[in-house]
Structures are given as structure tokens and as C-alpha cells.
Design a protein around this ligand. Structure first.
Ligand SMILES: [Zn+2]
Length: 246
């Protein structure tokens, strides 16, 4: 890239400014990353908490239904047992085979119902106990999640306060370096920085671009070392500065 009528000293200054801007941009990116992670974590925790609350509500409802079924089955079991006892009494008073058959049929039905209700009581009582345990376990996990969310939120708030000042200082310093730069150069740097892992300027490492390690022709290396021009790597587009700029 040709910078018209620039002395090696001016080119050196330009490359130094770009290098400073690069350092500042990396720090700004670190700040953004630190902040960027926390809101996401808080959001993920909030979603998980909502999921757990939904789970607990559903299992609580299920437990209440199971207990209700067990309770109702208990009442119906008592009625069926009373009925069975009543049939037993009636049997003593029967006078015909028909009456006897009718009552014994009723007795069979009552016995069948009794075992059905007993089964309903035991399965629903067991299920209710199981559900209560599930709810209790989940509640303990939920409490942990809530505490975790509070601490993440506090961390985020603290970090925001901390980094606001730091960020402003960095942005002010950056403006200081940027104001004297050729806008086309700065735009090129920013475009490459955004496209290439946050780095728009590299140093000459041996015979290669320190950004992508593509070899640079010997005569260009000389131009770079003597800061006779500003060179953008043909492979990655990053500006290439000499390793020693002072
Ligand atoms: Zn390169």
C-alpha cells in the first residue's frame, strides 16, 4: 500500500498508532467478552429456574391428585366393606335359592371392588410419597440455582460498574491515536480486524507475516524494516509492521 509522500518517520508513527489501537481494541474485546458471558449466564439460569418451577408445579399437582385418589378410594373401600358385611347378614335371612344366588353375586362384586380399592390406595399412596420426594429434591436444586443466579447478577452489576470507567479511558485513548490517522488506513485495519480474529496489524516475524505466517518477498521485508511504506499482507490483509518500532 502506498502512503504518498510519507517519510519513514511518519510511517513509523502511523504503524505505532495502529499498533496502539490494536492493543486497545484487544482490551475492549476482552471487556465485551467478560460482560457478554454474564448476561447469557443469567438468562440461562432464569430459563432453568422457570423449567424447575414448572416441573415442581406439575409434580405437586400430580401428588395432590394421587393423594385425592387414595383418599377417595379409602372411603369407597369402607363402603364396600360395610356392604359386604351387610350381605353377610342378609345371607342368614334368605329363604330361597334365588335370593341366596343374588346375594352371593353381590358379595362377589363387593369383594372385587374391595381389592380394586386396596390396589388403588397402595399404588397412589406410594406414588404420592415418590412425588413428594421428587419435589423435595428439585426444590433443593432450585434453591441452589436461585442463589447462583443472584451471585451472577451481582457479579454482572459489579463488572459493569468496574468496566464502564475502564472502557471510557480506553476509548478516549483510542480516539487520541485515531484522530491523526488516514481514515482509509483505519478503515482497512478495522475491516481486517473484524474479519481476522480481532487483529488488523501484525509484526514481521523472520521472513513472514506474524499474523498468518505467509512468506514476504525479501525486497518487501526491507521496505517494512526501513518503514519506507505501509505494507498489507497479501495473504491475510493485515498491516505488517517491523518487530521493533521504537
Ligand atoms: Zn498475513
Amino acid at each position: 500500500m502506498i502512503i504518498q509522500e510519507a517519510s519513514p518517520e511518519e510511517i513509523r508513527r502511523t504503524l505505532k498508532a495502529l499498533t496502539e489501537i490494536q492493543e486497545i481494541d484487544l482490551e475492549l474485546a476482552d471487556i465485551a467478552e467478560e460482560r457478554g458471558g454474564l448476561p447469557e449466564q443469567v438468562e440461562a439460569l432464569a430459563a432453568q429456574i422457570a423449567e424447575y418451577e414448572e416441573y415442581i408445579t406439575a409434580k405437586e399437582d400430580e401428588r395432590v391428585r394421587a393423594e385425592k385418589t387414595a383418599g377417595e378410594s379409602g372411603q369407597r373401600l369402607a363402603s364396600a366393606r360395610d356392604l359386604l358385611a351387610k350381605y353377610q347378614q342378609q345371607l342368614y335371612a334368605v329363604t330361597t335359592t334365588r335370593e341366596y344366588d343374588a346375594i352371593t353375586t353381590e358379595q362377589e362384586t363387593a369383594k372385587r371392588e374391595i381389592s380394586e380399592f386396596e390396589l388403588l390406595i397402595s399404588t397412589n399412596s406410594e406414588r404420592a410419597i415418590e412425588l413428594a420426594q421428587m419435589v423435595e429434591d428439585k426444590r433443593a436444586e432450585l434453591e441452589q440455582l436461585r442463589a447462583e443466579k443472584v451471585s451472577r447478577e451481582e457479579e454482572l452489576e459489579r463488572k459493569l460498574k468496574e468496566t464502564e470507567g475502564e472502557e471510557k479511558v480506553l476509548l478516549d485513548r483510542r480516539s487520541g491515536f485515531a484522530k491523526d490517522l488516514n481514515p482509509r488506513l483505519l478503515a482497512h485495519y478495522e475491516r481486517i480486524r473484524d474479519a481476522k480474529d480481532g487483529r488488523g496489524i501484525a509484526v514481521l516475524v523472520g521472513e513472514a507475516c506474524g499474523g498468518c505466517f505467509a512468506l514476504i518477498p525479501p525486497q518487501t521485508q526491507v521496505v517494512i524494516r526501513q518503514t519506507r511504506d505501509i505494507y498489507a499482507c497479501e495473504a491475510c490483509g493485515r498491516f505488517v509492521a517491523p518487530a521493533e518500532l521504537d
